[in-house]
Design a protein around this ligand. Sequence first.
Ligand code: DGJ
Length: 730
Amino acid sequence: MTKKLFTLAGLCSLVLSAVAQTLSVQTPRTTLLLSATQGEKAKIIYYGSRLEGSDLETAARVELTQDAYPVYGMNCPVEAALSVQHPDGNCSLDLVVENATQREGAGCTITTIELKDKLYPFHVSLVYKAWQDADVIEMWSEISHQEKKPVRLVQYASAYLPVRRGQVWVSHLSGSWANEGQLTQEPLTPGMLVIKNKDGVRNSHTDHAEIMLSLDGQPQENSGRTIGAALCYGGNFKLRLETHDDEFHHLFAGINEDNSAYLLEKGETFVTPALALTFSAEGLSGSSRNFHRWARSHKLANADVERKILLNSWEGVYFDINQEGMEQMMSDIASMGGELFVMDDGWFGGKYKRKTDNAALGDWVVDEEKLPKGIQGLIDAAHQRGIKFGIWIEPEMANTTSELFEKHPDWVIQAPGRDLVLGRGGTQVVLDLANPAVQDFIFQIVDDLMTNYPAIDYIKWDANMAIMNHGSHYLPAQKQSHLHIAYHRGFEQICQRIRAKYPKLTIQACASGGGRANYGILPYFDEFWVSDNTDALQRVYMQWGTSYFFPAIAMASHISAAPNHQTSRVIPLKYRIDVAMSGRLGMEIQPKNMTDQEKELCRKAIAQYKQIRPIVQQGNIYRLLSPYDKQGAASLMYVSDSKDRAVFYWWKTEQFVNQHLARIPMSGLDPDKRYRITELNRIDPEALPFEGATFTGAYLMSNGLDLPYAHKLPYHYDYASRVLLIEEVK
Ligand code: DGJ
């Protein structure tokens, strides 16, 4: 049988009806090859660096193939992407290709393979969306049927990818509250690695829904073939990596179906969340750059807008909000050059006041005892000081001690007939976002704030509880198992309504710290809070891991007090600044407790951050020395697209005297350009020997610079760190 090869070049939309065909899904530097022959199973032939010309045809002929979407029930002793039970009890599927199309979308090509069961009117479309300006292919499935009664979806992965066995390592993030984004790197071995989440509301405190696969042995930051995979879903997820007795590791990614069997009605289409895949031959950092570019171009809200430097009130005053205190903090951040003040938790409550965490969630009215001039008074105070104003809300939640709960006890998630399981403060509950009335209520919280106070510039959207009991007063009995899915559909609908009306509003996704670092929510949020832990040393590790998948512009990183409120560690202010400056810089501290000297250091740092902000927030990351390698230091850099400017960061991670630390070659520069070095946030009386000197990119990339292990100060000082600005000299 002759095979035809289709690529989309020059074609607007193409229905592929030839008997046997190979579909080539291309991004600038990657190729996914699929086979879709009518009446046969759809196959994945190849995923990797971009193939051209005869290689495409030869690969299609000789490569080992795998089912593009393995299903359960026929010849299926291994893991499957899809498993269902038909209304007659039959638990099997046998899907073959019915049709395939390729068409151009906005900035992307969309390839769809339509599959149909041989026996039942049951359909699955496999969709592959290839971005033309970013090396990312999104893959998902759309499941539907015309059977007489609902079909029970037991397992329903978004996508599947076979990865050729060899020296394949996986890098993944896990952790817990205040310790998010911890990196684990391990070889794939026989058996199954399951990376999953069951929180119900948040999904990145513990396991993350993203992984990297290093195909050439132990992961390297700047070399080796690397596949990155990110499930774009804010709810419960499951990634399975199965290795059994064949030539491949098998990656399945999708919604976590545990406790979430789904009854699919006749005519309804179940659209699974996308799995975003990237490939780079430039190591982990290469795949990160691909994800970051894609995030900035297509995923993250307002990614082309520079993020403001802010002071958040939380660690400064916690619940102790009052007009005078807020104004003092505004004055302080304004005097240091900040651009925004965010009032955190504690500002609201009518009948029940938000004095601590056990009351008033749901009652989004100003506590006039604390804030007699109301929100407008705060906005005016901010504007008088030349800065913007932002506010904290936690709209998906209530306390049982709230007027909202008294009025709508049926709006909360609760196992039918059982006592509530209570969260934070002993009174917190989660609202049932499956319920459209609740969705309206939550939309209204934001809409009311923004209608009454259109000058609000920033919302911090928090979520401090998991779904801890299973049950919806809204869903019918036979669809109680839809709760987790319905919650996230409701959440997305609310977010879509908010974004339709307030596209430019800056919204931070916070969820007890870093519980919402995920591509499912990023289209609606401008950034996320990486962690409630602001300890700079621990942040080096957390931010390192998080940067595998998310760009610095999205990673909120704040200078906080010493001793640190989470770890009690005393870290010098310079180091705290240098770490915070590698993400979206902010402050989370009581400035009135800072000395004038400390304020001056922050003022200078903020001014310097403004200079490097475009490089940090829009540049390309090159991670150089991993803190997880335990070499005593960590280092990374951001390089502008045109390679004319870069910022280099170096932080000591082990505090020993006279350690012998490695010199770190730089990366990502233009070997032929000449660059001048300027130290930022300098505290040493004496400049570094290379201050103001120029070097070729080639020199810097093969040698790096010799950084002193310590600062030359008249007193003992651990925690050395350096930030270097690297600028082209023409
Ligand atoms: C948890 C968040 O992560 C913190 O930053 C803070 O906003 C508190 N909630 C407020 O209750």
